[in-house]
Design a protein around this ligand. Structure first.
Ligand code: HEC
Ligand code: HEC
Length: 356
């Protein structure tokens, strides 16, 4: 854990983040022009080929910053639909909140990987100009054919030029800042990342954060069980400069999630493909559990439509055939928790929802 703490701190230092701004009592959470610009870009449907999709479509606040359509129909809709209305991606959209703490992808001394973004870590953070996995990630969807499907960076810069927030852009980045397309696309990504890190998205305002002494008996019991069974991966330690735990140690694991018949791409080898190493096959990023009660369905392929079903699986995975049988963590799925204990853990997870 010590190692990842250091890398979080250094990542934050690289990004020049010295203080976290937390929204309090109705004051605006988006505090500076860079964040405000990012908010416009994040919500702008003109950033998609059919002007019908923005980042928010698939990372909506009403779904814990995951896909709203899937959230409303988690039994039947598990992967996102692209701007063309037909193309489907191969994975369940994770939350865009709290993602900004993930350090760049790195191989640690114990042979395990840490950091990066996407379920498979392919937003590595290695881009020299951005040096930030979150900003690097933001450059993917607008040009992705099964997502926003814009034809080119030029087209995206054109949208900014003709937008209602063009003046704000020039104010933040300067008068000639749309001339060099690559530089402008880096700035596009930096602004979106600033918004995703702002207290409008990354809030730390759950019952767990604000009112832990009001926990019910079930929530208390759930927290203790969580510490004992889950926190080695969904970490509860707090790094310096971060207001609270992020419920991930930024590492990867194969917990034996079954293939989902609704997802065409299978088997999905996850991290193994990103790093070209079969010793990592089947491993996926350990997700944050903040706002998890709002972001159904669960796991990289949406195999679990409810939180209780997901926690039941983590407790006992017997009866499920893993999508990838290699590199499975031997402990997950064999926790021997009682029905009552699973309920308590689920009650605890419900305290991680923001805007308490
Ligand atoms: C069509 C739906 C869709 C759109 C539009 C979309 N995303 Fe995503 N997003 C996804 C999916 C699906 C994944 C997971 C893909 C994977 O892991 O391979 C993802 C992953 C992410 C992640 C990684 C989170 C993590 O913990 O690894 C972030 C951050 C993110 N998106 C932000 C954005 C931003 C910013 C935009 C707009 C520029 C955007 N997304 C547009 C569906 C979408
Ligand atoms: C060995 C590390 C590890 C342990 C221990 C672990 N998890 Fe996870 N958890 C993961 C990984 C990895 C995923 C994503 C797996 C995938 O999609 O294939 C995950 C996914 C989840 C999800 C779905 C989140 C989402 O947004 O889709 C929930 C909920 C969850 N775990 C809860 C728990 C609980 C509760 C415990 C303890 C009872 C626990 N986990 C123990 C690694 C772990």
């Amino acid at each position: 854990m010590k190692k990842s703490t250091i890398s979080i701190v250094s990542t934050l230092a690289v990004l020049g983040i010295t203080t976290m701004v937390i929204a309090a009592g109705g004051s605006p959470a988006v505090t500076d022009n860079l964040q405000k610009l990012g908010m416009h870009l994040y919500n702008d449907k003109n950033m998609s080929i059919n002007q019908n999709q923005s980042c928010r479509t698939c990372h909506h606040h009403l779904a814990g910053f995951a896909d709203l359509k899937n959230h409303l129909a988690p039994y039947t809709s598990v992967v996102s639909t692209g701007s063309d209305g037909v193309s489907k991606g191969g994975r369940n959209a994770p939350t865009a909140a709290y993602a900004g703490f993930s350090p760049p992808l790195a191989l640690l001394g114990d042979g395990e990987y840490e950091g990066g973004l996407f379920w498979d870590g392919r937003a590595t953070g290695y881009s020299a100009t951005l040096a930030d996995p979150l900003a690097e990630q933001a450059q993917g969807p607008p040009l992705n054919l099964v997502e926003m499907a814009m034809p080119s960076k030029e087209a995206i810069i054109g949208v900014i030029e003709n937008s209602s927030y063009a003046n704000l852009w020039y104010k933040v980045f300067g008068n000639n800042s749309l001339v060099n397309v690559d530089d402008a696309y880096d700035n596009f990504a930096r602004a979106i990342a600033a918004y995703e890190r702002s207290a409008d998205v990354t809030k730390f305002t759950s019952k767990f954060d604000l009112n832990r002494d009001q926990f019910t008996a079930a929530e208390k019991s759930g927290l203790a069980l969580f510490e004992a069974n889950c926190a080695r991966c969904h970490s509860t330690t707090v790094a310096p400069e971060v207001p609270g735990p992020l419920f991930t140690n930024f590492r990867y694991a194969n917990i034996g999630v079954p293939a989902n018949p609704l997802v065409p791409v299978s088997p999905d080898l996850g991290l193994g493909v990103t790093v070209s190493d079969s010793a990592q096959d089947g491993k996926f990023k350990i997700p944050t559990l903040r706002n998890v009660a709002m972001s159904a369905p669960y796991s990289h392929n949406g195999s679990f439509p409810t939180l209780e079903k997901m926690v039941n699986f983590v407790n006992y995975s017997g009866g499920f055939t893993p999508e990838v049988i290699s590199n499975i963590d031997p402990n997950v799925g064999r926790l021997n928790l009682t029905v009552e204990q699973v309920k308590d853990i689920t009650a605890f997870l419900n305290t991680l929802t923001d805007d308490y």
